[in-house]
Each structure stands twice: as C-alpha cells, then as structure tokens.
Design a binder for this molecule. Structure first.
Ligand SMILES: CC1(C)c2ccccc2-c2ccc(C[C@@H](CC(=O)O)C(=O)C(=O)O)cc21
Ligand SMILES: [Zn+2]
Length: 333
C-alpha cells in the first residue's frame, strides 16, 4: 500500500508483517459493482455513504465520554497490543482438556467511560492496553440512541434484503486505544463495519485460506482465531502461512467495510493515530441453499460441523486427530 500521497496517515503507522497484501476495492456507494461483490461474498469498502452520517466524526472520544451513559461498560485489558478473543464457556467445558493449560490472554473488567478515557489519557508504555466494547442498546445515553436511530437504515436494510441476509443481531460500539490489534479471526455472521473516528487498517483473507491460517480446534477457547502470531510467524508449525492471500485497506471516518461471513480479518488501530471509534453491524447469514460447486465458506462450515460431531462422539479431543489421520492417510491422500 503506497503511503504518504494525500493520505491522512503514514506507512510507519502500520505494523509490518512478512506478507504482501492486495487492495480491497474502495467504491462510491452508488457503484453497482458493490452489489456484485457482496453477492460474491467478497469484501468492499463503501465510500461516501451516509450510513452512519449521524455519528461520523460526531462520535469522538469526548462526545462519547459525555453521552455513552453512566452504566459502566465492558473493557478488555491486554499486556501487549493484541486482543485475542476467547470463549469463556470453552475453557472448562468437559470436551476440552485445555481447561487446565489455557491462560486467557486478556482480562475483562467493567469500567465507567470517564475512567476508561482517563486511563487512555494517562497511559504509559508497559501498562496494560485497553479496548472498550459496548453493544448499542437502550443502556447508552439518549443522544447516542438518537444518532443511532438516524443512521441511514434505508440503505443498510436494502442491502440486507437484496442479498437475503438474516436478521441484524447486534451493533457493537468499539473504542480502541491507538495501536491495538484484534488478531486474525473469522466470524459466522455478515458484517458491515463502520469507521467513525480515527483510522483502522483491516487485512482480510478468503475462507479458502483455511489451510494457510490454521484456526484453533473448534472446541478450543480460541475457536475461530488463527493460531499464527502475525508478529512472529512460526513457519515450522505453519508453513502455508507464507502463501496466504491477504488484501487490505485503511478505513477512515465514514467508510463502511463489508466483511463477508467466514472471511478472516485482522484489525489494527493505527499506531500514533489516536483513539479509534467503530461500530459494526452483524447479520445472521441467510438460508444457504447448497448449490454446487460449494462456496469456500460452505466447506469451512462443513469442516466445523464434522469437528463438533467428532468431539461430541469421541468425547476426548485428543482422539480426533488420530481418527481423522487413520481415515484419510493412504486412502484420501
Ligand atoms: C477485540 C474485541 C474488543 C473483543 C474482545 C473480546 C471479545 C470480542 C471482541 C471483539 C469483537 C469485535 C471487534 C470488532 C472488530 C475488530 C476490531 O475492530 O478491532 C471485529 O472483529 C468485527 O467487527 O468482527 C473487536 C473485539
Ligand atoms: Zn470479527
């Protein structure tokens, strides 16, 4: 990505990874190509739309401090810059012998927005980093609810209908400290990711990069997250990582990035780019009729169902590998 030329940020604000990335298309919201890409389950940045007009550059950290409400919010703390998601319910579940070895990489606490902002202002290197997430619901302040109501729901709902997505499940408001990274993972929902304040670099990989990104086992707390540490890839354990096909963009206030269901995404708030504010729109996928040839994300969904069934029936996750090996080695390989 060529930096510096009339960009409001610079190359050295992006973290360096061993991979080369293509560019995610950035199209004006009236461009019909946008619907073509969404239909093909491919990422696109929608420019100049007024989807979040009522919040763009309005939902600044200061405005949010005033209007987010007084009920306290979920804040994640991390020793480093990475905020790797984990499913608490899978830490001690009976089908996971990892209950013993798993050490959560982040801590979840409740914090008032005022305390959160104060911590960000006084933050010093070496201290825990912070990442606030708050579902947009009726616990947030009335002026935020008003802004939310004033999103351009007509545009968004038209897309949801046209592409036969399922219902909107949630809108997550995200306030990130500069430099934070959400490591590479995929979600099982369609996502309109709207950037409201500051800049976020998003690196996406297709579901067919399953073999290059090595997701944790389904029963593991880090289910859906890549096992590869992008800052220091272990090419012995993950040799295919070097051939992952990533594409990237830096979203600016007002940009809406379509993150297709099952697409891997790594998201970082630019270093020295200030606090960032985003809101996502997660939709259940529509009813997928199994047309042939199967789509790459449908194959990922099938492998996930197989893993879940095998763990359920074998009970001990350690038996899944040997059974699959005996089933395919010499027979399907
Ligand atoms: C890192 C964090 C705060 C977190 C901690 C613990 C549990 C869940 C999550 C969670 C979920 C979504 C995001 C937003 C976004 C990534 C980004 O913008 O950073 C993304 O992945 C998406 O919109 O799908 C961020 C987070
Ligand atoms: Zn995600």
């Amino acid at each position: 990505m060529k930096m510096g030329e009339n960009k409001p940020w610079y190359n050295d604000q992006l973290r360096h990874y061993d991979l080369e990335f293509g560019q995610i298309p950035r199209l004006h919201y009236t461009d019909p190509k946008i619907d073509e890409l969404i239909q093909q389950n491919k990422p696109v940045v929608i420019l100049g739309s007024d989807i979040v007009k009522s919040a763009k550059n309005r939902w600044t950290p200061e405005y949010l401090e005033e209007n987010l409400g007084n009920s306290g919010h979920t804040v994640f703390l991390s020793k480093g810059h990475k905020f790797k998601y984990y499913d608490e319910s899978k830490i001690l579940s009976r089908t996971n012998s990892h209950g013993v070895e798993f050490t959560p990489p982040t801590k979840k606490i409740r914090m008032k927005i005022g305390d959160f902002m104060k911590k960000l202002r006084e933050w010093k290197p070496g201290q825990d980093r912070l990442y606030l997430q708050q579902p947009l619901n009726n616990t947030v302040g009335p002026s935020l609810v008003q802004d939310f109501v004033n999103f351009n729901w007509d545009y968004i709902t038209k897309k949801q209908t046209k592409h036969q997505w399922g219902p909107l499940t949630s809108n997550l408001l995200l306030i990130s400290q500069e430099g934070n990274v959400t490591p590479c993972h995929f979600d099982e929902q369609q996502n309109f990711f709207a950037q409201l304040h500051g800049f976020k670099r998003c690196i996406l990989f297709p579901p067919s990069d399953f073999e290059c990104l090595y997701p944790h086992p389904v029963y593991h707390p880090h289910d859906r997250q890549s096992m590869v540490d992008f800052d220091k890839p272990d090419y012995e354990k993950f040799p295919n990582f070097k051939r992952a096909n990533g594409c990237e963009t830096v979203v600016e206030p007002g940009d809406v990035l379509y993150i297709p269901i099952y697409w891997w995404h790594h998201v970082e708030s630019l270093m020295e780019g200030g606090t960032t504010v985003s809101v996502n729109f997660w939709y259940k996928s529509g009813t997928t009729n199994l047309g042939y040839p199967l789509r790459d994300y449908q194959k990922v969904s099938i492998t996930r169902n197989l893993e879940k069934m095998l763990v359920e029936v074998l009970q001990d996750p350690k038996e899944v590998g040997p059974l699959l090996r005996s089933m395919i080695l010499g027979r399907y390989t």
